[in-house]
Design a protein around this ligand. Structure first.
Ligand code: PLP
Length: 378
């Protein structure tokens, strides 16, 4: 908490600003949507890396929290989150040792495995008095993580059943390459086809008389598509909580903009220099915004173009002025102004900052929340 509320313009910039009422509305909208389709809500904490936010998601009815990595899971379990699923496969003895260190009987720990090597590592490192749930990760065409071969699937299944330290919790399928397909119909068709192609795996489970209590996957891009998949028990939605420019440019079911969730996360930057009249420099560059996708967009002045100008700086200009250097057009921004930018890609942007400055209903910043799992990338 701050001793007294302050304006965003008083923050030390660049500053990551979280609009709490908008975030709460996004959480509420997703929880309600999934509940209305009888699907579980297993939000991905790789997006926010913040136990305070994970607790808000649990309070809204989440069945558990996903993390991408074991180190993130450690932060969430330490904070008292009751169920954590690590969505990247464990494949080494070193990682399995870290899993053993955080596994306890006080919370549910679910781990994704997609290889015999991964299960070997867990078998070698997990203590006899501990139990972890194994979720088999399945791939279709993405080619990132997940197994494809039926015989590997069956071998892993058998070995999980033979070892009392493990139980088969279910399967995961995440088709990340589909999430940002701009046309809704194309996205829909590809996502449904991807799940369809897992049919043989479900048949194998049936033949063995094995139940998958958890069938988890999907993301923000398919939140209103994958709810129609019968087998799916819960969705691992991440970015919906903040929204980012990448998602805002993706089409919705009946519009060319993504609908249902609003922008809750911005980076506030100050205009600090103006070497030429047609452009103005702000104090946020590669160290304030992830730069793997689109550019930041100035909230309130979306017509201005943002160009990265190195690690610490960005330059704002009017597109027409960009063609005519020296064009003396009014930018509508003065030196010293603090501007807020929609972030290009939320997850890696969050990982660049130490805390969220939290703006409340009255428009004032009342405090900050540490991004405790920042840098937890192993
Ligand atoms: C395995 C997995 N599940 C879920 C998500 C969440 O996706 P989104 O942020 O698009 O909701 C991600 C994001 O990359 C992911 O890697």
């Amino acid at each position: 908490m701050l001793s007294s509320p302050i304006e965003v313009a008083q923050l030390p910039t660049p500053a990551l600003v979280l609009d709490r009422p908008t975030m709460d509305a996004n959480i509420g909208a997703m929880a309600k949507h999934l509940a209305s389709h009888h699907k579980g809500f297993r939000p991905h904490a790789k997006t926010h890396k913040c136990p305070t936010i994970a607790k808000a998601q649990m309070a809204a009815g989440a069945v558990g929290i996903c993390t991408a990595k074991v180190s993130e899971a450690a932060v969430m379990l330490n904070a008292g989150i009751a169920s954590v699923l690590v969505t990247s496969p464990v494949s080494t003895r070193q990682k399995a040792q870290a899993v053993n260190a955080i596994a306890s009987n006080e919370a549910e720990l679910l781990l994704v495995v997609d290889s015999v090597v991964g299960l070997d590592a867990l078998e070698a490192e997990i203590d006899a008095n501990k139990t972890v749930g194994v979720v088999l990760d399945l791939d279709v065409v993405m080619g990132r993580t997940g197994l494809r071969e039926d015989d590997v699937f069956l071998r892993l299944l058998d070995r999980i059943h033979e070892d009392p330290r493990f139980y088969f919790a279910g399967v995961q399928h995440y088709a990340g390459h589909i999430m940002h397909i701009p046309e809704f119909e194309k996205r829909r068709e590809k996502s449904l086809r991807s799940w369809d192609r897992l049919a043989t795996k479900f048949q194998l489970l049936e033949q063995r008389g094995v139940r998958a209590d958890i069938v988890t996957g999907g993301g923000t891009g398919t939140y209103d598509i994958d709810v129609g998949i019968e087998h799916l028990t819960d969705l691992q939605v991440g970015s919906y909580i903040f929204m980012d420019e990448e998602y805002r440019q993706v089409g919705g079911a009946d519009s060319d903009r993504f609908k249902g969730f609003d922008l809750a996360l911005t980076v506030a930057c100050t205009a600090i220099s103006q070497p030429q009249p047609s452009a103005i420099t702000v104090d946020g560059g590669y160290k304030a915004f992830a730069s793997d996708s689109v550019n930041p967009v100035c909230d309130g002045l979306p017509e201005l173009q943002f160009r990265f100008a190195g690690d610490e700086h960005g330059v704002l200009l009017r597109p027409e002025a960009a063609d005519k250097p020296g064009d003396n057009q009014g930018l509508g921004v003065m030196l010293g102004d603090v501007l807020e930018f929609a972030v290009p890609h939320c997850d890696p942007t969050v990982n660049l900052h130490d805390q969220y400055w939290v703006r409340e209903e009255d428009g004032m910043v009342h405090g900050y929340w540490p991004i405790s799992a920042r840098g937890c990338s192993w």
